[in-house]
Design a protein around this ligand. Structure first.
Ligand SMILES: Cc1cc2nc3c(=O)[nH]c(=O)nc-3n(C[C@H](O)[C@H](O)[C@H](O)COP(=O)(O)O)c2cc1C
Length: 193
């Protein structure tokens, strides 16, 4: 099944492509880890195969954006329990609030999704349990006009993939391969699981 490094490369490429577009797949939820030894779940929003770039959406006020600005090296963990495949990706991240990709991502979001960016920034101290949203938008979809102040808080995180560690758990013997970016493609090698 995974007899060659080419077959493994095809496998991780296909898995990432599907994960970005199918919200029912386990790999649609990624774990992004940063230099401060923190990690969090983010929705994988898009994958650009030509530049090997993953895209996430976030609030530019969230602490991870400051960390990434200082230390762009990140890890992205994807795991599919039923397929028994783990992908450990290392890459260079950048946070973008403006530009064509961020603008398009905002345009394609629903007003319900955009509503998250109207509230207090992630991690803001609160005197009591809170959604952080202004009370008038609790459970209510804001209008385009009401969302104007939300746009500056919206950001995309683009992660350019540099290395992939692919692991397949199997009774017949686990399999593991590592790949490093070489220009447009990947140079792979087998390693002991
Ligand atoms: C299932 C799930 C999906 C999430 N998706 C996102 C997301 O797409 N973008 C995001 O910024 N935070 C998302 N979060 C919240 C983050 O995990 C995290 O709590 C938040 O971004 C603040 O992170 P920070 O304090 O490390 O900056 C999600 C959480 C869960 C449980």
């Amino acid at each position: 099944m995974f007899d060659t490094l080419d077959a493994v490369r095809d496998d991780f490429t296909r898995r990432i492509e599907s994960a970005a577009t199918d919200r029912h797949l386990p790999m649609h939820l990624a774990v992004l880890s940063t230099r401060d030894a923190d990690a969090r779940v983010l929705v994988l929003r898009a994958f650009d195969r030509d530049s090997w770039t993953l895209r996430f959406h976030t609030d530019v006020r969230s602490p991870k954006c400051d960390i990434i600005a200082q230390h762009p090296g990140v890890g992205v963990l994807l795991y599919d329990r039923s397929a028994k495949v783990q992908l450990r990706i290392r890459g260079e991240a950048r946070v973008e609030t403006d530009g064509p990709v961020a603008d398009a991502a905002w345009e394609q979001s629903t007003n319900f999704a955009r509503r998250c960016y109207l509230g207090d920034g992630p991690g803001t101290l609160a005197a009591q349990m809170t959604s952080g949203l202004p009370p008038q938008f609790e459970g209510i979809e804001p209008t385009d006009e009401q969302l104007i102040p939300a746009r500056p808080n919206f950001a995309i995180i683009q992660v350019e993939m540099r290395e992939i560690d692919w692991f397949f758990l199997s009774h017949a013997g686990h399999r593991r391969a590592q790949f490093a970016r070489q220009g447009e493609g990947w140079e792979g090698r087998w390693v002991a699981p």
